[in-house]
Design a protein around this ligand. Structure first.
Ligand SMILES: Cc1cc2nc3c(=O)[nH]c(=O)nc-3n(C[C@H](O)[C@H](O)[C@H](O)COP(=O)(O)O)c2cc1C
Length: 152
């Protein structure tokens, strides 16, 4: 998925792997030293977007982000850490994302490093655009309210 945040310099977008979803929340893994982490700590508003090529549906999820750290959510952090491959784990052991390259980081261990956290997006609005039908269909969901049909 692409996840947008807002910083002092303006908006910023990046690709994140959706790891899990629970109720109205989407879960990702991230490095607490990344730009997104500082943006979202200052302003938790975020939007995630995904276009499913098979069903030809665009999903847009708007809401607020919080972070689940290993200190307070050890079990969840460990579960998602266990699913990362060795390379992905090692990145949490090296310098911060976006800093100058100084070679491969050393492998990380079996438990999450201090910089590993889960980024949880609690969704308030869902915007769905269906392109597989004619005319296209566009729906807007807010909380538990019935969806509103909009112009595509
Ligand atoms: C296919 C793909 C999957 C990615 N998955 C993640 C991820 O799960 N978590 C993450 O922090 N970054 C992931 N990235 C890297 C981010 O897109 C981004 O480059 C990085 O997180 C730094 O973003 P930031 O500087 O905006 O914080 C992924 C990139 C790609 C292309």
């Amino acid at each position: 998925m692409q996840l947008a945040s807002i910083g002092e310099q303006g908006p910023r977008l990046r690709t994140l792997t959706l790891r899990e979803h629970h109720g109205d929340t989407l879960w990702f893994t991230t490095d607490t030293r990344s730009v997104k982490a500082s943006h979202l700590a200052d302003d938790p508003r975020a939007e995630a977007c995904w276009y499913d090529l098979t069903s030809r549906v665009q999903w847009r999820f708007a809401g607020r982000v919080d972070f689940l750290t290993r200190e307070r959510h050890a079990e969840h952090c460990q579960r998602l850490w266990d699913r990362l491959d060795e390379q992905a784990r090692a990145r949490f052991n090296g310098p911060p994302p976006g800093s100058p390259w100084h070679g491969e980081p050393t492998p990380a261990g079996a438990t999450p490093t201090a910089h590993f956290a889960l980024l949880r997006l609690t969704v308030h609005n869902v915007d769905v655009l269906e392109l597989a039908c004619t005319p296209h269909r566009h729906w807007f969901y807010r909380g538990e309210q019935a969806p509103r049909r909009l112009v595509p």
